[in-house]
Write a protein that binds this ligand. Structure first.
Ligand code: MG
Length: 395
């Protein structure tokens, strides 16, 4: 039986959020954008309110929320405008919401995700930082509240689709595919001269700035290693990364009998978003099929972890566990921000993350509090390195 879902979209002004709204609008008999949440982009939100008529909106930034309340826009009607973290939590608790789609970037998604799970909502998750920070805590809460976390990240969606309910014991390994980013094959010397503009140009996917830089350093794949371990209850050695520049195979699962399942499609985020919303059903899509003859070949390479050390850092964090993955994530967020502000060079991003990780005293089996503490510790430690005399090289 087809069910009607009222959806809260967190991060509706971002790239995933806009794609999600497109999917929602295509199926008015199935989905409604009941609530929209942005950080501060009220101009985009105003346009979305006019087009989608949500019952509730939340603007996390309070001054932006005040501006929206004073000028909600022509067709906004009697929309309730919430603000701050309480506003986000109130959306997760709201009884008119069936499904919470989380497409906000960074660590901020963690509390939203836990609240949504606590309230037994259906959850679609595009954010990977929350699972990297607190994977075991999130998965335990999801089991407790019988919530399936529906991944939107294309690789995790691919693994989820390939697994199709298979038992953990049937899985031998998963292969995360990576496009290799814009600097695949570049020499170390070339990498040291990368500009911000070059790093923000991704060959396959159009995405937000943070994730685009993460794709260029391969830290995005590093975070996905940690994300997959949490989501699918895998051991670090079961997760393998293979560079696949065409981005047609979105990831693969190898079963114990040697059979390998792969999920293929054109690289378009509307496919994993729609599947997360419609699961376990499949609705008709709008993306063109893969033209295999036009493609001619799919190619694969080993990732170069010497030039892109982020992958090694992620495996190190995965093996050590505890608070170390959280520290990797926090240090990386700060390092990417510094790169985006042109305070440090491209190669210094992974360098900074490695140095913060080395300084950290890992807490095993951390509580949520230990995790939040490790998160702020790592940001402070990164800050210190950025401002101190031991500043990472600008290039
Ligand atoms: Mg991905």
């Amino acid at each position: 039986m087809a069910t009607f879902k009222r959806i809260a979209v967190f991060g509706s002004s971002g790239s995933i959020g806009c794609n999600a709204l497109e999917v929602i609008r295509r199926y008015p008999a199935r989905f409604k954008a009941q609530a929209l949440c942005v950080n501060s982009q009220i101009d985009i939100l105003r346009a979305q309110m006019g087009a989608l008529r949500p019952a509730l909106v939340c603007v996390t930034d309070r001054s932006a929320a005040r501006r929206l309340r004073s000028a909600p826009g022509k067709k906004a009607g009697s929309v309730k405008v919430l603000s701050g973290y309480e506003g986000m939590e109130a959306l997760c608790a709201d009884r008119s919401i069936d499904h919470v789609l989380i497409a906000i970037s960074g660590a901020a998604a963690l509390s939203v995700l836990l609240k949504a799970i606590e309230h037994g909502k259906e959850v679609s998750l595009a954010n990977k930082e929350a699972l990297v920070m607190a994977g075991p805590i999130i998965m335990a809460a999801a089991r407790r509240h019988k919530v399936i976390i529906r991944p939107i990240d294309s690789e995790q969606s691919a693994i989820w689709q390939c697994l199709n309910g298979a038992q953990d014991t049937q899985v031998k390994a998963v292969y995360l595919t990576a496009s290799g980013g814009p600097f695949r094959g570049w020499t170390k010397k070339q990498l040291s001269h990368i500009t911000l503009a070059q790093a923000l140009k991704h060959p396959r996917w159009k995405m937000g700035r943070k994730i685009t830089v993460d794709s260029a350093t391969l830290m995005n794949k590093g975070l996905e290693i940690l994300e997959a371990i949490a989501l699918f209850n895998l051991r670090p050695e079961q997760v393998r990364v293979v560079v696949h520049p065409q981005s047609v195979i979105h990831s693969m699962v190898e079963f114990v009998d040697g059979a390998i399942m792969a999920q293929l499609s054109v690289p378009d985020m509307r496919i994993p978003i729609q599947y997360a919303l419609s699961y376990p059903e499949r609705l008709r899509g709008v993306c063109p099929p893969v033209d295999f003859v036009d493609l001619r070949a799919l190619s694969f390479e080993t990732p170069d972890s010497e030039r892109f050390p982020s992958l090694l850092l992620a495996y190190e964090a995965a093996r050590r566990g505890g608070t170390l993955p959280c520290v990797l994530n926090a240090a990386n967020e700060r390092a990417v921000e510094a790169f985006l502000h042109e305070e440090i060079g491209f190669s210094a991003i992974a360098e900074l993350v490695a140095r913060v990780m080395r300084k950290h005293r890992t807490v095993d089996q951390p509580s949520l509090n230990d995790i939040l503490e490790a998160d702020s510790w790592a940001r402070a430690a990164a800050e210190k390195l950025l401002s101190g005399t031991v500043k990472p090289s600008r290039r």
